[in-house]
Design a protein around this ligand. Structure first.
Ligand code: RI2
Length: 306
């Protein structure tokens, strides 16, 4: 897909999910490189930078997208010709996408070991990484059931329940405000991640922190499923994570609202590391306190370049 089509699809949430938008951003840059016909480096670099900025602006607070784009553009500024730059972008994007999909599979395999017969699992929104864990455990023949939240306002929970039902998994949809009530039946929570900060906090779909608090109160294990490219290098330097706010129409959905009413639609919230039992990544199950070391060892190059 070209850059403009990708950007519109991300803005409209047709392409959503932290991993999917990162791979879409990488693929759009690869498409740009593949279809660029000029031979002069300066105009190529200018158009490439414009494409990068457009993609990053489609969900400006998404660190997965930032890392996907910057991994794809890694070392491009050292290229001596358009041909060389095009080849590098295409191979960087291919590697990022391959590693990203591989990470989801590995997270599924490691996380599934934490699921046992008889478990009652709760998940939130629609996370490929969290669903990879649940589907892998089911494919291994484990017998368990799952609750999924509706996840207003976009109702990504509907995607989740349909996806799990198709696999033959025992799945129950609940409204977001039923979380604390059903927690007494739950044995484990698995959620995805949009961003993980250097001190191990989780930024994920609005409502995630309520799941974490309710799980903590009920002494239920709370697992975060996250590829390491969702670790935010900016937080290492003290930057706060900006919580995306989306259009108020998403909340009211055509309801007759008095014009004086203010509407607040934050997309994510923050869950402190103390509520997280483990973060399941492609490099293993880690504690929130280990994020810093992995961030530096895995993303060191990207951090230094930017
Ligand atoms: P995967 C989603 O964000 C949800 O918050 C989900 O938990 C997270 O991305 C991670 O998804 P949105 O795009 O990368 O729906 O695990 O706002 O698929």
């Amino acid at each position: 897909m070209d850059v403009d089509t990708t950007v519109s699809a991300i803005v409209s949430m047709e392409i959503r999910g932290a991993g999917k938008i990162a791979r879409a951003g990488a693929s759009a840059l690869s498409y740009f490189a593949e279809n660029y016909s000029g031979t002069d480096l300066a105009p190529f670099m200018k158009e490439l930078n414009d494409a990068r900025d457009k993609i990053l602006g489609s969900r400006p607070t998404a660190v997965s997208l930032w890392n996907g784009v910057h991994s794809t553009l890694k070392d491009v500024d050292t290229c001596a010709s358009v041909e060389e730059a095009k080849e590098l972008i295409i191979s960087n994007a291919e590697r990022f996408n391959k590693e990203s999909l591989g990470a989801v599979k590995l997270i599924g395999e490691m996380g599934a070991k934490r699921i046992q017969d008889g478990d009652v699992i709760l998940t939130h929104c629609n996370s490929s990484a969290a669903l990879s864990v649940i589907k892998t455990a089911h494919a291994q023949g484990k017998k368990f059931r799952v609750y999924a939240t509706e996840s207003r306002p976009w109702r990504q929970g509907i995607l989740t329940v349909n996806e799990l039902a198709k696999e033959g998994i025992d799945i129950t949809l609940i409204i977001d405000s039923a979380v604390r009530s059903v927690m007494k039946h739950v044995t484990k929570v698995f959620v995805g991640a949009d961003t993980i900060t250097s001190h191990g906090s989780l930024i994920n779909k609005i409502g995630t922190s309520q799941l974490a608090l309710a799980a903590n109160e009920a002494r239920v294990q709370f697992y975060v499923c996250s590829e390491t490219y969702k670790f935010s290098p900016m937080t290492l330097y003290g930057d706060m994570v900006t919580i995306e706010e989306r259009d108020q129409d998403e909340v009211v959905m055509g309801a007759d609202i008095d014009g004086r009413v203010k509407i607040f639609n934050p997309v994510f919230d923050s869950t402190p590391g103390k509520y997280i039992d483990a973060i399941i990544t492609e490099v293993g199950l880690i504690s929130p306190g280990s994020v810093y070391n992995i961030m530096v060892s895995k993303l060191g190059n990207v951090i230094l370049q930017n």
